[in-house]
Design a protein around this ligand. Structure first.
Ligand SMILES: [Zn+2]
Length: 245
């Protein structure tokens, strides 16, 4: 290779390394980030300094599985956050009341699990506000955390989060076991522990469209094991508070 072709290659290599370093730096900043006065807080994880874990459950409440999960959380003295659908909260109000009474946090996951990229802003606003009202009327507490379905967020979602003073809550990079598909109890357990870090937000689903729930079975191993490893279970709002200090 002669000098003429060699020089541009070196420049290109340096450029690639700089971009990679910038991205890595940005990624670590993103864990809990407020991107500016006109941007909502978008959260994927909490402080790495403390042994805290936030368990989150989406798409419920489910008439069978959610009460089973609540029993397991109670047995393990663990608090969690439920990102509920307005349509199921309306259908199973007693489960929502039980969640609130037992100290769990309830977040908004829209009314009917819409894809925010394929509906109008009016539809997203309507689904969000209807669900806020349902939860508030059942628990007396207005949700402060919003998880858009599929973790998708766009300007529609960000505008709503700003207006309602809600944080957008996603989940930690390696903490999606796709438990909604019943991938096997072992796979859910392994996903939780293989890359586990302090401050992780773990994504589970209390509503699965199946005859049985691998999530419920996996929790029988996961909860005692997390306790044994010394993790403290916190709600999302607690995780945010602890991460600010
Ligand atoms: Zn969902």
């Amino acid at each position: 290779m002669n000098k003429k072709t060699y020089q541009p290659l070196v420049v290109l290599l340096c450029l690639c390394i700089s971009v990679k370093l910038f991205l890595l730096q940005n990624q670590s900043l993103k864990a809990v980030s407020t991107t500016g006065n006109n941007s909502p807080q978008i959260v994927k994880s909490g402080s790495k300094k403390q042994k805290i874990i936030a368990l989150t459950f989406d798409d419920g409440p489910h008439p069978t599985y959610t009460p089973q999960i609540l029993d397991l959380l109670q047995e393990n003295n663990a608090k969690a956050t439920f990102f509920v659908l307005g349509m199921y909260a309306q259908r199973y109000p007693d489960i929502i009341k039980r969640q609130a009474k037992e100290g769990h946090e309830i977040g908004n996951h829209t009314f009917s699990h819409i894809d925010v990229n394929n509906v109008s802003k009016e539809k997203v606003v309507d689904e969000f506000l209807t669900t806020q009202e349902i939860i508030t009327s059942l628990t007396g507490i207005k949700p402060k955390v919003f998880r858009p379905p599929y973790g998708l967020y766009n300007t529609k979602v960000m505008d709503i989060a700003i207006e309602s003073k809600c944080s957008i809550i996603l989940w930690s990079t390696f903490q999606d076991s796709k438990d909604w598909s019943n991938p096997g109890v072992d796979q859910i357990v392994n996903t939780t522990f293989s890359e586990l870090e302090n401050g992780d937000i773990i994504l589970f689903h209390d509503y699965v469209y199946k005859e049985e729930s691998h999530t419920v079975e996996a929790l029988k191993t996961i909860l005692p094991e997390l306790k044994k490893k010394g993790y403290q279970f916190v709600t999302i709002s607690e995780l945010l508070e602890l991460s600010e200090n």
